[in-house]
Write a protein that binds this ligand. Structure first.
Ligand code: ZN
Ligand code: ZN
Ligand code: ZN
Length: 789
């Protein structure tokens, strides 16, 4: 049959095809080829019908993948032949409303080069306009109220287009054709600067005034893309300290925003992969080793070698850093301590009064709160630490198709939620720690938002096995509200499942694989705090705890998590080496009377025990004098890593350490490792070299332990848990394991710590449901059951 035989096809496109300029791209390609037909957004994605000579339609299909706009992601095309109608000309039709069944909205994307050029052009009507956007860039998820993604269902719905914008919006050949947030100074959102009482400060351009405030060293609350941020000069110790005092955030590092890539490159050590990410539409905060000579004050990230750096992400931020004299700016979440981001103008004025000196406000609503994402560089490739702007709501893979909708509620710290449906898991944006009531409400808001967004109701709710986490209470409430089954999943099993599933891997029904979870704290079935676990997980979800880190006493319970020096004292005391403490750097930081009291308390055998790797690393940090108290989660461990990173020797494992056996289980002798840290420090060995030796020995022992428990098998090992963020630990352990012949999977697109927990929970629940496994074998039965294995 000849190629000019006329045919008509219907193509149903699935994936991220709404809000990314997909329809205009189709229109352009079809029109250039002289094809007839139409394209429309629908609840599943986009559908088109094209008609023309068969050969030309083949050309169309061939060039489609390469010619799609940058933010589009085509997952699947379903194709059907129709009778030709003789249609000439191609049109873009408006959306059909209906139940959402797969259409995705893309994540928010950083300002594109074309828009940026317009902002630089004095002749352009968007010269310096801080809400410039087009189909290739700008806010998406943060301003969508519901689907399908059309302007009236976003927070731009209340800004009627002016005639110029309307022309761009309706012209299929324009870059702004159906760019839903399109706006200009005539018709779009407006900016103003207000004082701390919310009174507008008049007099000229609010951006100029805001820049003057910042240059003068004052703190400005900025209404950003996904909520408020607090900004101040990062080169002023005084301004940074003032922000810390007012925000009640002590010690925890801030991220900085720099004007351009050149400044980023002289501020931190960026490898090629990190640089590409920084330049990409995702544009996260990159955590990388800080370079000497940058203007950033040490108070921004005290005691750490890494610094978080980002580029201006929105046109508003571009304007804020426009002045060539503008130094790097601290850009941190606009909240009090660990509460969620403030979102509305009034909410910000109330909540941030007393922190910010002035407020840069505008009249476009933030529909969904969204923090900046954080990625850490590593010799094994950049890895996500916090997943939010630029990634959410992009789905993650599930190893099976979930038979019903699953909601997973995460743990207690750095919480995210996850909604799984069919073969996809939608991991929510970072919610944070659940210590405050507003944070717990935010978790509920995020789950409701995802369910509403996907237009689904859950059949199964998953919680952490810890009986007293607020996320577990929420799971119970959701179970009642939706009449859904509630199951609980062991914490470190969820970490393991998250790493496996992210890599598209999960053991088949009769297979098993290994997981190592090096973590802070997670509830173990024996009611102790687990956190250094060698697990074997089967495709049938049968699992075993093969080995673990020697549990250490938490003297004073929870207080020992905040004060690692207590763990260090107890570990040494139990080895009969308590007298060493007086000669360690730690001794100069703790009052002698408190030390003596702790030595006595440590003798009590009834303290709760914890096998968390985080506890051991923090205790080592405490002994070396870099973190007797954690002002933020994991501080002492992070500072220990910073010490090790500076070491020029001590890079080899210490001799004389071996795997031990206790009650028929193998374990790593944590307390002996800590005694060695104390001895070497007392002998005057350089702290950087002790820190490096500690890392090397821990990794060597961990690899040896893995070899022992694997009994000659060499398969996949998933490495998860919060400690894997430590780049020395993850690199060195992975290398030792690979030398032994294991295939190592490390977290990449899912945070290794509790930010990825809900994803792992959803994965396990989906596998259980799809393979007909009893929830009891996942771990425990329904939520009110306290314990069993
Ligand atoms: Zn653009
Ligand atoms: Zn306009
Ligand atoms: Zn964890």
């Amino acid at each position: 049959m000849s190629d000019d035989y006329r045919i008509r096809l219907q193509l149903r496109c699935r994936g991220t095809v709404q809000g990314v300029g997909f329809r205009p791209a189709i229109h352009r390609i079809a029109t250039n080829l002289g094809l007839g037909g139409w394209v429309i957004n629908d609840p599943q994605g986009a559908t088109m019908e094209i008609e023309g000579p068969a050969g030309v339609i083949n050309d169309f299909l061939d060039c489609l993948p390469a010619e799609l706009p940058p933010l589009a992601r085509l997952e699947k095309i379903e194709q059907e032949s129709l009778e030709p109608l003789g249609e000439e000309g191609f049109e873009v039709r408006s959306s059909t409303l209906g139940r959402r069944e797969g259409a995705l909205v893309p994540p928010d994307a950083v300002l594109c080069d074309d828009c940026r050029q317009e902002m630089e052009d004095p002749e352009d009507r968007r010269f310096h306009y801080p809400f410039t956007t087009c189909t290739n860039c700008g806010p998406r998820f943060s301003l969508v109220r519901s689907l399908p993604y059309d302007r009236e269902r976003t927070s731009m719905g209340c800004f009627p287009l002016c005639s110029e914008c309307n022309r761009e919006y309706t012209d299929p050949s324009d870059r702004r054709f159906h760019a839903e947030p399109v706006a200009c100074p005539q018709c779009g959102p407006r900016l103003w600067l207000a004082d701390e009482k919310g009174e507008p400060l008049d007099g000229g351009d609010p951006l100029v005034a805001a820049r003057d405030e910042l240059l003068a060293g004052r703190i400005v609350a900025v209404k950003g893309l996904g909520g408020f941020q607090l900004a101040c000069r990062a080169d002023s110790s005084e301004a940074v300290e003032r922000l810390r005092r007012r925000k009640k955030r002590f010690g925890k590092p801030f991220a900085v925003m720099v004007r351009d890539l050149e400044t980023a490159k002289v501020t931190v050590d960026l490898d090629a992969a990190a640089e590409n990410l920084l330049k990409s539409p995702r544009a996260p905060i990159i955590l990388a080793p800080r370079l000497d000579g940058s203007s950033v004050a040490p108070e921004v990230a005290p005691g750490l070698d890494d610094l978080g750096v980002m580029l201006p992400t929105t046109p508003l931020h571009v304007e804020l850093l426009r002045d060539p004299l503008m130094p790097p700016l601290v850009m941190t979440s606009g909240n009090l301590s660990e509460e969620p981001l403030r979102r509305g103008n009034r909410e910000a004025l109330e909540g941030l009064a007393g922190i910010a000196d002035s407020f840069l406000l505008h009249d476009r609503d933030v529909v969904r709160r969204l923090d900046d994402s954080v990625v850490r560089t590593s010799p094994r490739g950049p890895a996500l630490v916090r997943r939010a702007r630029g990634w959410v709501p992009e789905p993650l893979p599930l190893p099976v198709s979930a038979p019903g909708v699953i909601v997973a509620t995460g743990g207690h710290l750095q919480v995210t939620a996850c909604v799984a449906q069919d073969g996809q898991a939608f991991l929510s944006q970072h919610v944070g720690d659940l210590d405050s009531v507003p944070a717990r409400e935010f978790l509920g808001e995020v789950i409701d938002g995802l369910l509403d967004f996907l237009q689904v109701e859950p059949a199964m709710i998953v919680a952490d096995a810890h009986p007293d986490y607020p996320s577990s209470w929420l799971a119970r409430d959701l179970g009642v509200r939706f009449g859904a089954e509630v199951v609980v999943v062991q914490h470190h099993l969820a970490h393991t499942a998250a790493v496996l599933a992210e890599h598209g891997f999960f053991p088949g029904d009769s297979e098993r694989c290994l997981g190592i979870a090096l973590d802070g704290t997670g509830w173990g079935p024996d009611a102790t705090a687990w956190g250094g676990e060698w697990l074997s997980l089967g495709g049938d979800l049968e699992w075993d705890r093969l080995a673990y880190l020697e549990p250490l006493p938490l003297v004073g319970g929870e207080a020992a998590v905040r004060e690692p020096w207590r763990v260090a004292v107890a570990a040494l005391e139990r080895q009969g080496e308590g007298e060493l403490i007086a000669s360690t750097p730690m001794a100069s930081q703790i009052e002698e009377a408190r030390l003596r009291a702790m030595i006595q308390l440590a003798a009590d055998p009834s303290w709760p025990m914890a096998s968390g790797a985080g506890r051991v690393f923090e205790a080592a940090g405490a002994l070396l004098g870099v973190g007797e108290v954690n002002r933020w989660e994991g501080e002492a461990a992070a500072r220990l890593e910073a010490l090790a990173a500076r070491a020029s020797d001590g890079l080899d494992p210490w001799p004389g350490f071996e795997i031990e056996a206790r009650e028929e289980k193998l374990l790593i002798p944590s307390s002996k490792l800590l005694v060695e840290v104390a001895k070497r420090a007392a002998d005057g060995e350089d702290a950087t070299s002790v820190a490096a030796g500690f890392h090397a020995t821990f990794c060597r022992l961990s690899a040896d332990l893995t070899e022992r428990v694997s009994e000659g098998e060499r398969g996949v090992v998933a490495l998860g848990g919060g400690c894997v963020v430590n780049r020395i630990l993850s690199k060195s352990l992975a290398e030792y394991l690979e030398e032994l012949g294991f295939e190592v999977l490390l977290p990449r697109n899912v945070p290794p710590g509790d930010g990825g927990l809900s994803y792992g929970q959803a994965v396990l629940a989906a596998v259980a449901a799809a393979r007909g496994v009893e929830p009891r074998r996942v771990d425990v039965g329904t939520s009110n059951v306290k314990r069993c294995t």
